[in-house]
Design a protein around this ligand. Sequence first.
Ligand code: OAD
Length: 265
Amino acid sequence: MRVLVITGAGVSAESGIPTFRGKDGYWRNLDPAKLATPEAFAKDPGLVWQWYRERRQRIRNAQPNPAHKAIAKLAQHAHEFMLVTQNVDDLHARAGLPKETMVQIHGDIFVTRCSDCDFQFRDTGRGGSPEPPAPRTIYPNSGRLGSIAPTSAQPDQEQEDLPRCPRCGALMRPGVVWFGEQLDSRKIYIVEDYLARGDVDLTFVVGTTALFGYIVDWATRARGRNGELVEVNPDETPLSQFATKLYREPATKVLPRLVNEMLAG
Ligand code: OAD
């Protein structure tokens, strides 16, 4: 069986990671959809970095939930499997899903990359000591990002305290895709290639508002004429009308049950 699973923030909600558009999705009364933009970074990089540092810390402290684990189990047993996740957290990987079966289409929150050149590094902060709270410099040789300006800093001071590229001196930024930015064409290729290589028998869409055209497009094309499209989401989404089965329940309730039933049958 060829399987495609598409996930969004809802799959990590029960691990304590706020969704983007839910009532808990707001951070200090700021709309995440407005913080995750190049404009927000240009205007106040310190604020945006602070948001990402807090999110990184929350993700480090979170654990994969039974829905992440059920998806990893499904991957082990499917003939061919691909996960396309919009989530920048690492909970699918920590649930045991092999990296080569996964596309993080909106990037990886633990990557820090230069806003100008192609320098980047990944640091989950788990290799030994945690990310230091507030040193004011970057340590290029250790690959550790250590700087975030306090919100009370003056703008000029704040700019100076932000992490800068050790190669070209430009501001470093989180390795994620922001609104208005292009997706990584290599990642698009991997998904397109998976769809082109044959019919997908079963597509799960879990915990996403499916507001992006490419998500709806991939899910509906994967379903094709004969495939199953299963949506797991307490709320209706633009994909609901195309689903062959709808589960209006939290992911941790539905996925372990469904995967166990599938593997038993
Ligand atoms: P959203 O916050 O837009 O949507 C979360 C979805 O999860 C909603 O449809 C909820 O109904 C659903 N949900 C909540 N709790 C759930 C649970 N326990 N089980 C199952 N579903 C649940 O998050 P995304 O759709 O992932 O992009 O957002 C897509 C993208 O928009 C994000 O990747 C991010 C954001 O802007 C970028 O930053 C580019």
